[in-house]
Design a protein around this ligand. Structure first.
Ligand SMILES: [Zn+2]
Length: 345
């Protein structure tokens, strides 16, 4: 059959705060609110005999603590969380991990996620670093925004992430994890976050995708001041093509945001194609020299406001770094220091 299944969402409604929905035998779907434009994150609890293995935890806040206490006493049936698995180091996933560790949970994640999480937690900045300001300038950020952001206290990881005790159990590419009555193949994602854990059940059709395998929104692929020459888009495309070999139409993908879905092969191809066509549009647009910020309309084809400006800038630089590192565009510094990118050699 050449018929290709579309993307489907078996559950129309997400669980309400403080509630859990059994999405498969021994697997609960939980949602936590987030104080940002993307206002929720999906978490999953895998039943492991006397306790639970929790996949991701949401941000740390007074509200989150209250919700978790209600969940532990209610839907989680008074059983302890014995293990917390962080798919990646972002605050909406790792925020409450340390809170559970203080209550006896073991932390499972990739080495890079652990190191990134620990580093960012310790790296508290009262003002934007010179590296961050240089990065904004290179990207051609609107000078009014540069001035505004230079005066504000920057967002700090520690603002919404509970302190993370040292010590963790490493999950590695090619390994197998036993949890929720299933054996899961561990495959590392890249691009959205370095060494992002994904889990593929050997025993049924479940895939835990975190933010690597999102459904109706695309994961942000961004370059940040910590590694301004990074090529996360190259890594994302390579990993997505590799994961296609393991993707099947019948798999139910438990993702980090929006609704769980089936149709992973279609979804992976969509994500690859969207970035490839974005790169093609940029190459044409860069017949004339432009900054990263100049590329917003070509790349996103929707309005970028102050709320999503930072993520848009990170993603625009990711696309430009991709083309630059493959010799498809050149760059030179404008008088004010902004990179001007241009097609051709
Ligand atoms: Zn993320």
């Amino acid at each position: 059959m050449t018929h290709q299944a579309a993307i489907r969402f078996p559950w129309e409604d997400a669980p309400a705060p403080g509630e859990a929905v059994e999405i498969a035998e021994g697997v609960l779907w939980i949602r936590m609110p987030l104080p940002m434009a993307l206002n929720h994150v999906n978490l999953y609890a895998l039943e492991d005999g006397e306790g639970w293995t929790l996949v991701d935890t949401g941000v740390h806040s007074a509200q989150a603590v209250a919700l978790w206490e209600a969940l532990l006493a209610g839907p989680l049936a008074g059983k302890p969380v014995t293990r917390v698995l962080s798919t990646h180091h972002h605050p909406d996933h790792i925020g409450m991990t340390g809170w559970f560790m203080l209550r006896g949970a073991e932390h499972l994640t990739s080495r890079t996620s652990f190191l990134m999480g620990r580093m960012l937690l310790l790296d508290v900045e009262e003002a934007p670093s010179p590296e961050a300001r240089a990065f904004w300038n290179r990207a051609g950020m609107d000078p009014r925004l540069v001035a505004k952001r230079s005066e504000a206290r920057p967002f700090n990881f520690a603002d919404i992430v509970h302190p993370l005790p040292t010590g963790y159990t490493r999950l590695q590419e090619g390994g197998v994890l036993r949890a929720g009555g299933r054996d899961w193949d561990i495959r590392m994602g890249q691009g959205h976050a370095p060494e992002h854990v994904t889990l593929w059940s050997r025993d049924d059709n479940l895939v835990i995708g975190g933010d690597q395998l999102l459904s109706s929104i695309s994961p942000n692929i961004g370059v940040h001041p910590t590694e301004p020459e990074a090529d996360p888009l190259g890594e994302f495309l390579e990993v997505s093509r590799g994961l296609l070999e393991h993707a099947r139409d019948d798999q139910l993908v438990l993702c980090g945001h929006k609704l769980p879905y089936t149709g992973l092969p279609v979804r992976l191809r969509q994500m690859i194609d969207n970035h490839v066509s974005g790169l093609e549009r940029l190459k044409v647009f860069l017949a004339m020299p432009r900054t990263a910020v100049d590329c917003f309309p070509q790349l996103f084809m929707r309005k970028i406001d102050e709320g999503n400006y930072g993520l848009a800038m990170a993603e625009a630089v990711a696309h430009l770094n991709y083309l630059y590192q493959r010799g498809e565009i050149t760059r030179r510094a404008r008088k004010d220091g902004a990179w001007l990118w241009q097609s051709g050699r």
